[in-house]
Ligand binder design. Structure first.
Ligand code: SF4
Length: 91
């Protein structure tokens, strides 16, 4: 997840829930400080997205909230709760 310029507005209830959970977390999420999680979709190969979501998102305690935010706002960049929006098509 990210909130860099160009990302969806941070005004939704899902965003509030996610940021509150982040603030309450004792440890940063597995994607913290990894620029691949904020990359534009065309900057990552499908295999890399699959690897990142399987290795990081699926063990992340924030995944339900991160995914809810992604489902609500469908960000045009970044990885959210184990997927991208729109989801990349498999070849
Ligand atoms: S679910 Fe994935 S993108 Fe969302 S906070 Fe966790 S590791 Fe980051």
């Amino acid at each position: 997840m990210s909130n860099r310029p160009g990302r969806p507005p941070a005004t939704s209830p899902a965003y509030t829930a996610l940021t509150e959970a982040l603030a309450a977390s004792a440890t940063p999420p597995p994607c913290a400080d990894d620029p691949r999680f904020t990359a534009d979709h065309d900057e990552l190969a499908l295999q890399e997205v699959d690897y990142l979501t399987m290795s990081r998102c699926y063990r992340c305690p924030l995944r339900p909230l991160c995914r809810a935010y992604g489902d609500e706002t469908r960000p045009a960049a970044g990885i959210w709760g184990g997927r991208t929006y729109p989801a990349k098509e498999k070849p």
